[in-house]
Design a protein around this ligand. Structure first.
Ligand code: NAP
Length: 538
């Protein structure tokens, strides 16, 4: 008599890594599909991802609240057209409560690595330095701007004053009346600089590359407009539709003229420079603040206060000399001047598109290969921005290569979460336990993305010197070269023949509960080089 096959019960049907917008949107998709056995793990001790971590003064989003919200839940309590960070965090907390997700979230839990188990058709995930958690499916909602980057300037560790990165703002420190320096003039810095200028006795801004920005049409909406824009469903739908279509029109234009843009952009750059002169009405400042690369090479920004801050010349200095080193008391520049300061603020961004930071931990697929190594060898791609062959039952939400369109990140998040849901639901419907994207489908998608972006302005002369993180260390454009509509359709209607569904004898996806919270940790260092794990003996 033959023995009955062993039924493997993973700890969870789905393990979602990350409890920011991506993880929360994925959890909502699963819940709506009737899948309730999932757990969200997050290394931080609170939910919200980027909005939990980034709390520097002046933080806000530059997308209107009516569009910077999940399609399933309106953002009805924004005080301004462009909501400040703490209101977005409050919105996230409300979403989590509205969908009953809180008890499924395991905070202070760092995922260290994951390995596909082909015998049992499940993922073995190591958390908090040793504990093993198993899951049939893993959704990586890891975010993109995740690992804070301190500047690689000599002497940075010798500075004796107060040093802070914008993604770890120190709210206990008293910045009032201090001599503050800030390194970086990106989207974060331009929100923070006007706030620092209000409290500092003197502010020194170190700029390596200037930024393109436009005026911000921001205003209060809590006199009732918030309720109309986000609370009246037909209005909300119309406004969201109008914004999405407007962005898509721009993207169609952009995509159609990707090859022509390198020729046109030098003229756009000149026109932008002329507008800067008019706006600043200070030739010396205009000279320093005008980028030489084309608008759009980096994410465009908005501010009404950034430029005027530099007009307070007795209190605010804009330094464009190269930084040579950080000293005990300040910043030494190439002209030999040591700028003495009490506080050094690093608005130097995040590790994006760098080797060793995507994915943020080792993920060993079916062949035993590590995902970062595979991408390094075959270039960074994911089918529809979501899945990779030989990494079965794994989906990336809002963080995969070629997943993001230049719109609200929430659009990408919802579309890729819908992809994960559709693939998981279909696998279960077929009684299968494994779903793996086919290599030809993946290769076709990779070829499409590469061919569309080859010769575009981001990888040619107009963006030279922009240091844009849209282009990864292999020189490839990391964004999805399609419209939002194409992204929406592609992730919701991909042919099932692009995936292979299979079943292990005796496998039945079985739900179980959620475990407890343990320890705090943060990934800030590049991962050590991957070592190929021996495959589990079968
Ligand atoms: P970022 O755009 O990467 O800017 C980092 C800044 O630090 C750049 O000016 C960079 O100069 C400078 N820098 C880095 N290393 C340096 C070094 N060693 N020496 C001198 N300067 C150095 O980072 P971010 O400003 O934090 O913004 C990151 C992203 O966050 C944005 O692109 C955006 O997607 C998001 N964000 C969005 C909003 C919003 O309202 N939606 C607000 C804030 C941030 P180089 O340019 O020369 O490299």
């Amino acid at each position: 008599m033959s023995e009955a096959p062993t039924v493997i019960r993973p700890d969870h049907e789905v393990l979602i890594v990350g409890a920011g917008f991506g993880g929360i949107a994925a959890a909502i998709e699963l819940r709506e599909a009737g899948i309730h056995d999932f757990v969200l793990m997050d290394k931080h001790d609170g939910i919200g991802g980027t909005w939990y971590v980034n709390t520097y003064p002046g933080i806000a989003v530059d997308i209107p609240a009516v569009f910077y919200s999940l399609s399933r839940m309106p953002f009805t309590s924004s005080s301004r057209f462009f909501p400040p960070g703490h209101e977005i965090q409050q919105y996230i907390e409300r979403v989590v409560d509205a969908y009953g997700l809180r008890r499924r979230i395991r905070l202070s839990t760092t995922v260290d690595g994951a390995r596909w188990d082909e015998t049992d058709h499940l993922w073995r995930v190591t958390v908090n330095g040793g504990e093993e958690v198993t899951a049939r499916y893993v959704i990586g909602a890891l975010g993109l701007l995740e690992v804070a980057k301190l500047p690689d300037i000599p002497g940075i560790d010798t500075f004796a004053g107060h040093k802070v990165h914008t993604a770890r703002w120190d709210h206990d420190y008293d910045y009032d009346g201090k001599r503050i320096a800030i390194i970086g003039t990106g989207a974060t810095a331009l929100q923070l600089i006007p706030e620092l200028a209000k409290v500092a006795s003197h502010l020194t801004v170190f700029q390596r590359t200037p930024i393109w920005l436009a005026p911000k049409p921001d205003f209060r909406i809590d006199w009732g407009l918030d309720k109309v824009l986000s609370g009246v469903q037909p209005v909300r739908a119309a406004v969201r539709g109008a914004i999405a279509s407007g962005i898509d029109m721009g993207l169609i234009g952009g995509v159609l003229s990707l090859r022509r843009m390198p020729k046109v952009m030098p003229y756009v750059t000149k026109a932008g420079g002329a507008l800067y002169k008019l706006w600043l009405r200070d030739p010396e400042l205009a000279e320093k603040l005008t980028p030489t690369y084309a608008p759009g090479c980096k994410r465009p920004s908005m501010s009404n206060e950034y430029f005027s801050t530099f007009k307070q010349k007795d209190r605010v200095a804009l330094i464009t000399e190269k930084i040579v080193r950080i000293t005990e008391h300040g910043v030494l520049t190439a002209d030999g001047v040591e700028h003495e300061i009490d506080v050094l603020v690093c608005a130097t961004g995040f590790r994006v598109g760098e080797r060793g930071f995507a994915p943020a931990f080792h993920i060993y697929g079916e062949t035993g290969e590590e995902l970062g190594d595979f991408w390094h060898e075959h270039h960074y791609h994911a089918y529809q921005g979501v899945s990779v062959p030989n990494w079965p039952n794994m989906f990336m939400v809002g963080c995969g290569p070629n997943s993001i369109i230049p719109s609200s990140i929430l659009v990408t998040i919802e579309n890729t979460a819908a992809h994960a849901r559709r693939a998981i639901v279909e696998t279960r419907r077929r009684g299968a336990t494994k779903v793996d994207v086919n290599r030809p489908a993946y290769d076709d998608w990779a070829k499409f993305c590469t061919e569309r972006t080859e010769g575009s302005m981001w990888v040619t002369a107009p963006c030279a010197g922009s240091n844009t993180y849209y282009v990864n260390y292999q020189g490839e454009l990391a964004i999805r070269p399609t419209t939002g509509l194409n992204q929406w359709w592609g992730n919701r209607h991909f042919p099932f023949r692009h995936y292979t569904f299979s079943t292990r004898l005796g496998q039945t996806p079985v739900p179980t509960g959620v475990s407890a919270t343990v320890g705090v940790s943060e990934v800030v260092e590049p991962r050590p080089p991957a070592t190929r794990l021996p495959r589990k003996a079968t």
